[in-house]
Design a protein around this ligand. Structure first.
Ligand code: AMP
Ligand code: TRP
Length: 321
């Protein structure tokens, strides 16, 4: 039977090169073998301080970018347009334990650097589990940082099935071979992220070629001069080698450079060429915003329809009328 794949992207900021290599490109490849559904997880963006107008703009931008990246053979929609996500999330909050939620690494990290921690930041993994389980996904293409949340999703699915009868498919995370964790260019020991990274160290999918070149030429490298892949000793250089390898389609082992400067120049060009068609396609799609909007509405309607059975089964199993 054809497998099903699901993944989602939070519109907390502009999508980054980390999103592209860690999750979007693997999601594009899965279109050849699985029945794919991808969402912009706007409800997940409410877990931290946000601006409503900006959230709306970023949600539309992210959805248009997903299409521009090649997710055009998938069902693509915006999470909040399908109310079953929050409905199932509540059933899963009632399956999950406070202790396991509190132990999530992302919750601990994000809660530690804020004064006002929203309750939804704690319950977020139940909503993410609902996203995945609602679609009976077998495969979940995500970067390394989401491994723990997918594990929790599996635990919740198994627990629910044990307590209330077989209802959910137990999913599996799919990580890319390389670039499962793209690092910040200025702090190569931290993840490149739209909200947690630095602007100078983060490449956004819509950055101009000049910005991309500037950011990569200023990337922090390591002491010494030798170009070799060794993430422990040489996190900066290793990150650039990974970017170059993935963007040029060449194995890391085949890459050799006499200097850091030469590595940076070639990496910058490979990233510019990888992002060029995406930026161009995004501009084309944005020229007629009614078209992506129409696709998203059709996507939401189709998602609501194909998840109705699962939602009814979950309701029945847990005992609500
Ligand atoms: P987010 O932007 O946090 O919603 O992440 C969307 C997807 O991109 C998730 O599957 C993440 O694991 C992935 N992702 C985000 N940042 C990176 C990164 N720096 N390297 C690899 N994957 C990433
Ligand atoms: N939590 C994910 C992130 O921060 C985004 C996300 C929401 C997601 N729902 C999902 C990823 C379902 C995979 C499947 O990156």
């Amino acid at each position: 039977m054809t497998k099903r794949a699901f993944s989602a992207f939070k519109p907390t900021g502009h999508l980054t090169l980390g999103n592209l290599l860690g999750a979007i490109m693997p999601a594009v490849r899965l279109q050849d073998e699985a029945d794919c559904v991808y969402a912009v997880a706007d409800l997940h963006a409410l877990t931290v301080k946000h601006d409503p107008g900006r959230l709306r703009a970023r949600t539309l931008e992210a959805a248009t970018l997903l299409l521009a990246c090649g997710l055009d053979r998938s069902l693509v929609y915006v999470q909040s347009r399908v109310p079953a996500h929050t409905e199932l999330a509540y059933l899963l909050e009632s399956t999950a334990y406070f202790g396991e939620m509190r132990r999530m690494i992302q919750f601990k990290e994000k809660a530690a650097n804020q004064e006002e921690v929203r309750v939804s930041l704690l319950t977020y993994p139940a909503l993410m589990a609902a996203d995945i389980l609602l679609h009976r996904a077998d495969l979940v293409p995500v970067g390394e940082d989401q491994r723990q949340h997918v594990e929790l999703t599996r635990d919740l699915a198994l627990r629910f099935n044990r307590l209330y009868g077989e209802t959910f498919t137990v999913p599996e995370a799919v990580h890319p071979q390389a670039a499962a964790r793209v690092m910040d260019l200025t702090t190569p020991t931290a993840k490149m992220g739209k909200s947690d990274g630095s602007d100078a160290g983060t490449i956004y999918l819509l950055d101009s070629p000049a910005d991309i070149r500037r950011k990569i030429m200023r990337a922090v490298t390591d002491s010494g001069t030798e170009v070799r892949h060794d993430p422990g000793e040489k996190p900066g250089v290793s990150n650039l080698l990974t970017l170059l390898a993935v963007c040029s389609g060449r194995p890391v082992a085949s890459l050799a450079f006499p200097s850091y400067g030469a590595l940076k120049r070639e990496t910058a060009e490979a990233v510019v060429e990888t992002l060029r068609p995406i930026r161009e396609r995004h501009a084309e799609l944005s020229a007629d915003p009614a078209e992506p909007a129409r696709r998203l509405e059709a996507g939401a309607a189709a998602a609501a329809e194909r998840t109705a059975d699962l939602m009814a089964a979950a309701r029945r199993a847990i005992g609500v009328l």
